[in-house]
Structures are given as C-alpha cells and as structure tokens.
Design a protein around this ligand. Structure first.
Ligand code: AR6
Length: 164
C-alpha cells in the first residue's frame, strides 16, 4: 500500500477507481475529473451499464486515459453513521478490489471515496479503506494499491495511518 498526493487521472497504475454515483452519469469531484480527462467513451460505457448500487462496482474503458480500465464504485452518503455507511464504504472498496483481481490487474489507485460531497468523516473513511485493503491483500498479495489523496487533510491522515 502506498499513499500519494495528487490527481488520480495522472497516476501510473493498471486501473483507477472512480467515486461515482448510482446513476453512473457523471458529476463533480473526482468523477468529473475522470470523465473530463477520459473523454466521452467512458460516459457511453457507463450509460450502457445503466447504473450501480451503493457499495457495488463496475468497470469500463478508460477512454483517452492510459489505464486498462476505470472501476466505478458508489460510496455511501454520510447520514450520521447509523445507516450502514461504514459497511457500504468497505463494500465499495472490496467490490473494486475484486474486479481488479478478476481482471488480473497488478496495480490499482483509489481516491478517498465518499469523503467529498458525500460527507463521510475523513478519519473513519481512511480507517475503513486501509483496513479493507489490508485484509484483501493478506489473501491476495499480488496487487499493489495506491491511495491517491487530493486534499492535504486526507493526505496527512493516510500518511499517519499507514505508518502505524
Ligand atoms: N483526483 C483524486 N481525488 C480527487 C480528485 C482528483 N482529480 N478530485 C477530487 N478528489 P468526491 P464522493 C477527491 O466529492 O464524496 C460526484 O459528483 C476529493 O478531495 O469526488 O464519493 C459523484 O458523481 C475527495 O477526497 O466524491 C457523486 O455524485 C474525494 O476525491 C459524488 O460526487 C471524493 O470526493 C460522490 O461523492
């Protein structure tokens, strides 16, 4: 596991994960950045799939981006913590990891799912993300995972938690 600060569209990896919404029709934040950089092929592929439930994931072409695919997952909206948010966030990470494994990818980059407009508390989200990836890699050590933090706050949280 590795932590870097920056724009996920510019990393080196077999695939990147998008923090999408269940319509898969695009949006702001990292979703907007990926669709802008990848071009209309990604949206066309998303439309064909038709949607994705919270906690699940799907894969499309990466369009103009130099990846073997973009894995779109839908994290939960934070509603105070008693609506299964933690389990759904773990499930979003796990569903993405499973697709990467199925496809035989060797490296995968995650954004900090749900910690933008979906309002998930950043510390708790980082704890769940790291734990879920760590558990997965214990049985599947063949995948290299990168956490790509866009904002300074997430970057500091991840750096600190990974060191520990
Ligand atoms: N690269 C990496 N991370 C980024 C980038 C980027 N280029 N841009 C933003 N982030 P958000 P969510 C970080 O809001 O909370 C969309 O409209 C950002 O700092 O993108 O899961 C979708 O369509 C934050 O830490 O996703 C959904 O409707 C993290 O990405 C909704 O937002 C996630 O923030 C999903 O909300």
């Amino acid at each position: 596991m590795e932590v870097i600060k920056g724009d996920i569209t510019r990393v080196e990896a077999d695939a990147i994960v998008n923090a999408a919404n269940s319509s898969l029709l695009g949006g702001g934040g990292v979703d907007g950045a990926i669709h802008r950089a990848g071009g209309p092929q990604i949206l066309a592929a998303c439309k064909k799939i038709g949607g994705c439930e919270t906690g699940q994931a799907v894969i499309t072409t990466a369009g103009n981006l130099p990846f073997k695919g973009v894995i779109h997952t839908v994290g939960p909206v934070w509603r105070g913590g008693n609506s299964g948010e933690s389990e759904l966030l773990a499930s979003a990470y796990l569903a993405s990891l499973r697709i990467a494994k199925e496809k035989g990818f060797q490296s995968l980059a995650f954004p900090n799912i749900s910690t933008g407009v979906y309002g998930f508390p950043k510390e708790l989200a980082a704890k769940i993300a790291i734990q879920t990836v760590q558990d997965f890699l214990r049985s599947d050590p063949g995948l290299s995972v990168m956490f790509v933090c866009f904002d300074e706050e997430n970057f500091l949280i991840y750096k600190e938690m990974i060191q520990r």
